[in-house]
Design a protein around this ligand. Sequence first.
Ligand code: ACO
Length: 324
Amino acid sequence: MAPIYSRIIATGSALPERVVSNADLEKIVDTSDEWIRTRTGIRQRHIAAEGQTTGDLAFLAAQRALETAGVKAAELDLIVVGTTTPDLIFPSTACLVQDRLGANGCPAFDVNAACSGFMYSLGIADKFIRSGQSKKVLVIGAETLTRMIDWNERETCVLFGDGAGAVVLEAASEPGVYATCMHADGGYKELLWNPVGVSAGFSDEPNHGVRIKMAGREVFKVAVKTLDSLVDETLQAAGMHESDIDWLIPHQANLRIIEATAKRLQMPMERVIVTVDQHANTSSGSVPLALDYAVRSGKVQRGQNLLLEAFGGGFTWASALLRY
Ligand code: ACO
């Protein structure tokens, strides 16, 4: 039997309307635009309106991707949503989005891999397609991470934003996706986490203790080192070399981490998609938002090879090398 591959046929994204600049944050914590820009590359972030949920952003991004693909929701045979900020404990955000799209009946589930959520979801969807189980899959990365920020803590509140991105994947006779890699090391759980959940530390008081905690410097060091070996592993899995990659589309957490990965790949920054300045760190939303920007701005062209990667809480890290 001829091998089956998956390929991205369309992308979409959604951002909340409200933009908060570094200067705005200067008014609420002891920080400066200069500190934020030089340490992270961030200039602004979008923040969800009161009542606007991860599912709302995911739905909009999905609608845009489906419209661009010319695919009807009823044609989908799987929906996977990478998110660590679901609307509800259950049903999953994927189920909520499925119903709003009118794709009722197909399997739908969330993947919680923190900032690697979209990359994990893409890897899983690719395997569903390769196995012959699914033919048209909606993969979304969506977050409202600012809902669990302590706005008094300057170390974390300047880093995050809200947003969502989506892709429609389709079965194809040629790649498409050449390789995906996924890893986790729960030994690092306390370097970047939210220590409150349903079965630990739960309280029904509004927003009780639901806050991101991060040891920034330590996360930075492990992220750079881990992403170095991840890109090597991904190139090897795809049977490619650095020079075969047209665009690096990295997780948008910190410009200095992105630059370190680009250097490792010997790629000039002109071949790297950077949106962290506009969006800050949108966790699972980050890579598909950057991908949609790259496609819609005309930077990424059909037939080009893209290396996508992410690193996040867990720790988790994951990648994909694909022909767009
Ligand atoms: N404004 C002004 N000063 C600040 C701020 C702020 N917002 N935040 C921290 N500082 C101060 C610190 O208190 C510290 O002061 P001190 O020297 O008097 O103690 C000083 O700045 C330096 O702090 P460092 O932690 O050394 O700064 P660093 O250069 O490491 O930058 C940062 C901090 C931006 C958090 C960086 O470590 C980083 O990006 N880490 C990785 C985080 C990351 O990528 N997370 C995402 C991956 S996982 C995910 O996406 C969820």
